[in-house]
Design a protein around this ligand. Structure first.
Ligand SMILES: [Zn+2]
Length: 571
């Protein structure tokens, strides 16, 4: 009878938690189903109709507070400070963060702690006030295992900020009485943090932690095998990884039929879905060297970078002589059918080799589009291993989902450049790849908007980074598919780009059938001045290894060629 009661209570609790969790989960991760991995949600915005309970109260500025620039301390209606919600760590550092919402249900804790120890992974356990008091032994075992602890804040619907803060502080005192000496974080028990939660965090000087990816949707609660759970959570896409700086959240007490599956699941995720080590939250948050503000504010962006792309740069200039100077072509883009809008006389004046002439033996590795953490991190490691610098022509429409990765490329000393926002073509392929059509005037205007947007996105992530005294964000441009037209190129140069660079050899690495064949084609086309066009996308599966092989071979031959960024020669 007693067992049945307990079982019924447990099932009820799990069901309630499941429903709440499900609601929260899908609210935060509407894209998970089709994207194969959680797509980051925008930072939660304060509700416009909700105001602070006590706006007159003078507020101390805590380190986590977002100061309101217009705030006048003398004004009675001064805004109340609200802490930022940390959904990921904005950093170029390699690392992910594991967090748990503690629950005593199922007796999972010892298995979870054992798993974390086995994979040498620190974590943050968020605990509710009542559990802190009632399950002291569990909390002490978390502390002894060296993990960080946070407090789960109540729903704020009935509580005022003052009362909520008192409760959090009370909980912190209790936690300290157990011997916990590290930073205490806060998180909301359910749902997105509200203004009240943000005020409480700010007043108390707590960092308010949310998460990017909840890897515990309610629909996995009946599963018992990590592989089954992974296939639900990550869908069918097996090549997706957790993002750099990502905060991952696990809910304890969710699994109904096993108290060890959570522990197994964590180990599987870290082994199979992260190319990064697990790190301590406070150490990643406090790594000032690799941390940054996202989006960067105007005053943080280098003056020569800030808003450098806007229309009007060709006003009063001879268009054709500017294009002649600023277009580096490609050998296959060589005749009128490929260059709509240009006359035959003009085509003769255009570059059709795609080389960047120099006397230093420079070769230029270039990578187009955008990619996931595993592809890009692997590529960055290869380049670092050989001391090579490259140019990354970024298609920007997805970088907002993973700005840390873009930041990491620039912080590694590579040049960042635009490849449009939406892969907007500079001319249209009519279908057979032999004849291209020009853009209409209307399309040229759309291209213009796209170019400004693309650069705006780039400058908000890497606009403050300098490499050897030069901005990491360059005014170089690569046309999508390398197809161009006169009006298209004119639009690019009019927007302020200094060079449109196609390249001397297009590897078509996304179609490569083996590492060896890609390596051979790279090797054959490597010479002084060569601009090698490759891709950073997930389907360029042989690219990093082929580049590794190429650079290794060059070192073996003691080649005088040097692999540098295009900004060494073009600025
Ligand atoms: Zn492209």
């Amino acid at each position: 009878m007693r067992m049945r009661q307990i079982r019924t209570t447990v099932i009820l609790l799990v069901l309630i938690a499941g429903v709440i969790f499900c609601a929260f989960y899908f609210e935060k991760h509407p894209f998970l189903e089709n994207a194969g991995r959680p797509t980051p949600t925008p930072e939660p915005q304060p509700s416009p109709t909700f105001r602070a309970f006590n706006p007159i109260r003078t507020v101390e500025v805590s380190p986590t507070a977002t100061p309101s620039p217009t705030r006048d301390p003398d004004e009675e209606t001064a805004q109340t400070e609200m802490a930022d919600v940390v959904t990921r760590v904005y950093t170029a550092e390699e690392g992910i963060i594991l967090t748990f919402n503690y629950s005593p249900e199922n007796g999972e804790l010892p298995y979870v702690l054992e798993a974390l120890e086995k994979i040498n992974a620190p974590a943050v356990f968020f605990v509710k006030g009542e559990d802190l008091a009632q399950f002291a032994d569990d909390i002490i075992s978390i502390i002894r295992a060296g993990h960080e602890i946070g407090i789960l804040m109540e729903k704020d619907s009935r509580l005022q900020a003052d009362r909520l803060l008192e409760m959090v502080e009370e909980n912190e005192r209790l936690l300290r009485s157990y011997g916990y000496t590290d930073e205490v974080f806060v998180r909301t028990a359910y749902g997105t943090p509200t203004d009240t939660h943000r005020i409480v965090a700010s007043r108390g000087g707590y960092r308010l932690i949310s998460f990017l990816a909840d890897l515990m949707p309610a629909n996995v609660s009946r599963l018992t095998e990590p592989d089954q759970i992974m296939s639900v959570v990550f869908n069918t896409d097996n090549n997706v990884a957790l993002q750099r700086g990502e905060i991952v959240s696990f809910q304890m007490g969710l699994f109904q039929y096993s108290n060890t599956v959570l522990a197994d699941y964590i180990q599987e995720i870290v082994a199979k879905k992260s190319v990064y080590p697990v790190k301590r939250l406070s150490s990643m948050l406090d790594n000032k060297e690799l941390q940054y503000t996202y989006p960067l504010k105007d005053e943080q962006i280098l003056p020569e970078v800030l808003n450098a792309v806007h229309p009007g740069h060709l006003v009063g200039k001879d268009v054709m002589s500017e294009l002649e100077k600023r277009y580096l072509g490609a050998d296959w883009v060589d005749r009128a059918s490929f260059l709509p809008g240009f006359t035959r006389e003009e085509i003769i004046r255009l570059d059709r080799r795609g080389l960047v002439q120099n006397n230093e033996g420079y070769v230029f590795l270039t990578f187009d589009d955008w990619g996931p953490d595993e592809t890009l991190t692997k590529l960055l490691k290869v380049l670092e291993k050989h001391g090579a610098k490259a140019t990354f022509f970024v298609r920007t429409n997805n970088i907002g989902y993973n700005p840390n990765l873009l930041r990491a490329i620039a912080m590694a000393g590579h040049t960042i450049a635009s490849h449009t926002d939406s892969h907007f073509p500079l001319s249209h392929d009519t279908g057979n790849g032999r004849v291209f059509e020009t853009l209409t005037d209307e399309e040229a205007l759309d291209l213009q908007k796209d170019l400004v947007l693309s650069y705006e996105k780039l400058q908000r992530v890497v606009g403050d980074i300098e490499i050897d005294g030069k901005p990491a964000l360059s005014l170089l441009f690569r046309p999508p598919t390398l197809a161009v037209s006169k009006i298209g190129l004119q639009t690019v140069i009019d927007c302020g780009f200094h060079y449109s660079v196609s390249g001397s050899f297009s590897t078509e690495d996304y179609k490569a059938t083996s590492e060896q064949s890609l390596y051979w084609s790279l090797l054959r086309n490597t010479k002084s001045g060569a601009v090698l066009v490759m891709h950073m996308s997930q389907n360029s599966i042989y690219t990093a290894d082929a580049v590794d092989k190429l650079l290794t071979e060059m070192e073996r031959r003691k080649s005088p060629l040097k692999f540098v960024s295009l900004s060494e020669c073009l600025h």
